[in-house]
Design a protein around this ligand. Structure first.
Ligand SMILES: [Zn+2]
Length: 194
């Protein structure tokens, strides 16, 4: 599986692709569709070819465009542990503006347990696990080949510090237990996991 970084404005957005794009992981602020289109074009990816979007968590720099992409026919994959966060966004008028809403009918609801089987239908071999610490709704996608998409989970070197230190450490333990060898974060460069 090829991993393409189509990020902009200091956030990484990843496209998993083989002969065709399989999944978009995270997407930028509401109103930044032209930037996304520009980056996709630069990387040789057709937006129309992307059928599924997964957000590592529902902060506006990771899911802001979700509703707009849903309007274009892309299926938003929502994991059970994320439903509450989406509801919270929608109930918050200030936040709701940054997301432009969210269409439940155009979403694919899955549980963490179902993630492996669901991803297989997209041609992706891996699993989605809950990795709280940065936010309660944070998830990570771990490919069987060892790449982990970890969103904004605090770098493992900094884990253990601060209020949610223990939670962050547990999330990294879980990521490693699933065979991850490298982290593809929401911000900054890819790094090896030891
Ligand atoms: Zn965040």
């Amino acid at each position: 599986m090829n991993i393409l970084n189509v990020g902009y404005t200091s956030t990484n957005y990843y496209v998993l692709a083989d002969a065709k794009p399989r999944l978009l992981i995270d997407v930028g602020f509401a109103g930044t569709l032209p930037k996304l289109q520009h980056e996709l074009k630069r990387m040789g990816v057709q937006l129309a070819g992307i059928k599924h979007l997964l957000a590592t968590h529902y902060h506006p720099d990771h899911a802001g465009l979700a509703a707009e992409l849903q309007g274009m026919g892309i299926k938003l994959i929502v994991v059970d542990v994320q439903q509450e966060a989406i509801a919270a966004v929608q109930d918050d008028l200030k936040l709701a503006k940054q997301y432009v809403g969210f269409d439940k009918n155009a979403a694919v609801m899955i549980t963490l347990d179902e993630s492996r089987a669901f991803l297989a239908t997209l041609g992706i071999h891996g699993e989605i696990i809950a990795t709280p610490g940065h936010s309660n709704d944070s998830i990570s996608l771990i490919l069987d080949t060892g790449e982990a998409f970890t969103g904004d989970l605090t770098h493992p070197m900094m884990a253990g510090e601060g209020e949610s230190g223990e939670v962050i450490k547990q999330s990294w333990d879980a990521i490693r237990a699933h065979g991850a060898k490298s982290s593809y974060p929401g911000h900054g460069p890819v790094y090896a996991l030891k």
